[in-house]
Design a protein. Structure first.
Length: 201
C-alpha cells in the first residue's frame, strides 16, 4: 500500500516537472493572454454592431440567426477539440484554434454582406471554442499539483478581456473604421496561435 502511494507521489512530481520552469511560466501566461483576447474579441462585437449592421444591411432577425449559428457551431467544435485531444498535442490544438479564430476575425474585416459576415464569424467561433476545454486541460497538465490556482487565474484574466472589450472597442471606433479593429485583434490571435507551436506538450 505504502509503495503504491510512493509511486503515485513520484509520478506526480515527474509530471509537474515536465518542461522547464520557463516553459511552464510561458505556457501559463500565453494561455491566460490568449483566453483574454478570445473573450475580448467576442465581447467587442456587441459595441461594433451599431456600425456594422447599417453598413452590411441586416437587422435583429439576422442577428438572431448569427447568434444561433455561432452558438451551435461553437458547441460542436468544442466536441471536436475534446475528441482530438488524445491524438494531437494540446498546445498544437490551441495553436490551431487561435489561428482559425484569427483568420476568421481577419476575414471579417473584408466582408461586404451579411452572408459574408455570418461565414467569417462562424469560422472565428469554431476557432475560439478550443480555448475553454483544451486550454484548461493544458494548464492542468502543466500544473497537476495546483490546478485550482492556475484555472482561477486563467478565468480571472479572461474576464478582464471581457471587461475591457466594450471600453477599448468604443475608443478604437472613435479613431478608426470597425474593419481595422477586427484586423488588429486578429493579428494578436494569429501571433499567439503560432507561439503555441513552440511547446511540445
Amino acid at each position: 500500500m505504502a509503495d503504491g502511494i510512493d509511486a503515485v507521489a513520484r509520478d506526480a512530481v515527474v509530471e509537474e516537472e515536465v518542461g522547464s520552469s520557463i516553459e511552464r511560466t510561458s505556457v501559463l501566461w500565453l494561455t491566460n493572454f490568449s483566453h483574454a483576447v478570445n473573450h475580448f474579441q467576442n465581447q467587442m462585437v456587441a459595441v461594433l454592431y451599431v456600425v456594422i449592421m447599417p453598413e452590411l444591411g441586416f437587422g435583429y432577425a439576422e442577428l438572431g440567426v448569427l447568434t444561433a449559428v455561432m452558438s451551435i457551431l461553437g458547441g460542436a467544435s468544442q466536441g471536436f477539440y475534446g475528441f482530438a485531444t488524445p491524438f494531437i498535442p494540446r498546445a498544437w490544438l490551441l495553436g490551431i484554434g487561435n489561428i482559425v479564430l484569427g483568420l476568421g476575425t481577419l476575414a471579417t474585416g473584408w466582408v461586404g454582406s451579411f452572408s459574408g459576415f455570418l461565414g467569417t464569424r462562424a469560422v472565428a467561433s469554431a476557432g475560439a471554442s478550443a480555448q475553454h476545454p483544451v486550454g484548461s486541460s493544458l494548464l492542468v497538465g502543466y500544473f497537476p499539483r495546483k490546478p485550482g490556482t492556475v484555472l482561477a487565474l486563467n478565468t480571472s484574466i479572461s474576464n478582464i478581456g471581457s471587461l475591457l472589450a466594450p471600453l477599448v472597442a468604443a475608443a478604437m471606433l472613435l479613431i478608426m473604421d470597425w474593419r481595422y479593429i477586427f484586423m488588429i485583434v486578429a493579428s494578436l490571435s494569429i501571433a499567439m496561435g503560432a507561439a503555441y507551436f513552440l511547446f511540445r506538450k
